[in-house]
Design a protein around this ligand. Structure first.
Ligand SMILES: [Zn+2]
Length: 302
């Protein structure tokens, strides 16, 4: 089973707090990094900083992987540590979960039924939706802390009506925003999807605009297309009239967003190449947007 769990903060041996941005700056400035330890409750596991890097994606196109903090080989999180995700998942599944949503299967796994949630989302919210989402969010936060589906996949089966839904067709992290876009584009019906991301900005409506929506934008997926001077971005945003609520998820926060996603208008922009006047850079931006009907549709990962 994968034990790849990404952390976003750590402490040095003198108790100094370190975040991703500061550690990346040190790497960029070719400075030595301090020894780092997990900052979870009662945990002293040794961890290491993994700077932003590029990995070859499924279609052999390089994908930028954001910086993160990972457990050192042979280190283990303490049972009380928030990064003890398998332990937290066991405790969660052993607790009394919303019976309309979660059923225990004979093989010991649990089945999560997405249909009641889907129906409530389509109806536009209400107290039942909030309750369902709180149950689901607890699972999604744990999934978002893992680097892949392995842990959740081994213990929780997803079902939408009669159909089994694979975790990778329901949950999408940054490196798979393009797959989420394609899934929403291909779906004949609105389907609930969960996307995890890092808050990058909040954009208020322009003064004088005839709408009051504020957008919370996540760091986009950025990739080379294999075509010279063409780059593709996939942007993910959440729009809501309650700006203060969206701003309660500060820049840099890790979040999970769940709901019925819509595609925004794809835009293409060109600009001159910075050093070669004969060349033009083309940026193609695909957009995924969520308009929550419940404030439980956006949750911080912690
Ligand atoms: Zn820990």
């Amino acid at each position: 089973m994968s034990r790849a769990i990404t952390m976003y903060t750590a402490v040095g041996s003198h108790g100094t707090a370190h975040g991703i941005a500061g550690l990346q700056q040190r790497v960029d400035a070719a400075q030595t990094l301090p020894a780092l330890f997990c900052d979870g409750e009662g945990c002293t596991a040794q961890v290491r900083f993994v700077p932003e890097h590029t990995r070859t994606g499924a279609d052999r196109v390089p994908v930028t992987i954001p910086a993160g903090i990972q457990l050192e080989k042979d280190a283990e999180h303490a049972p009380t540590c928030r990064y003890n995700v398998p332990g937290r998942l066991d405790a969660l599944l052993a607790s009394t979960l919303d019976p309309a949503l979660v059923h225990r299967l004979e093989d010991g796994r649990h089945e999560l039924r997405l249909l009641p949630l889907h129906q409530d989302l389509k109806r536009g919210g209400g107290p039942a939706l909030d309750a369902h989402l709180r149950t689901l969010n607890a699972l999604l936060v744990l999934r978002a802390m893992c680097d892949d589906d392995a842990l959740l996949d081994a213990r929780v089966v997803l079902r939408l009506g009669k159909k089994r839904v694979a975790w990778d067709a329901f949950f999408y992290a940054l490196d798979r925003y393009d797959a989420a876009w394609e899934r929403v584009d291909a779906a004949s019906n609105e389907i609930p999807l969960a996307l995890s991301g890092t808050v990058r900005s909040h954009r208020a409506a322009q003064p004088g605009a005839d709408f009051s929506t504020t957008f919370l934008n996540c760091a986009p997926k950025y990739q080379h297309t294999g075509i010279v001077d063409e780059r593709v971005f996939v942007e993910v945003s959440v729009g809501h009239d309650d700006a203060a609520w969206l701003r309660s998820f500060p820049v840099g926060a890790q979040v999970v967003m769940l709901g019925l996603w819509r595609l925004g208008r794809t835009s293409t922009a060109t600009r001159p190449h910075p050093t070669d006047p004969r060349r033009t850079i083309t940026n193609v931006t695909y957009k995924l947007a969520l308009r929550p009907v419940s404030k439980q549709q956006l949750v911080a990962v912690s």
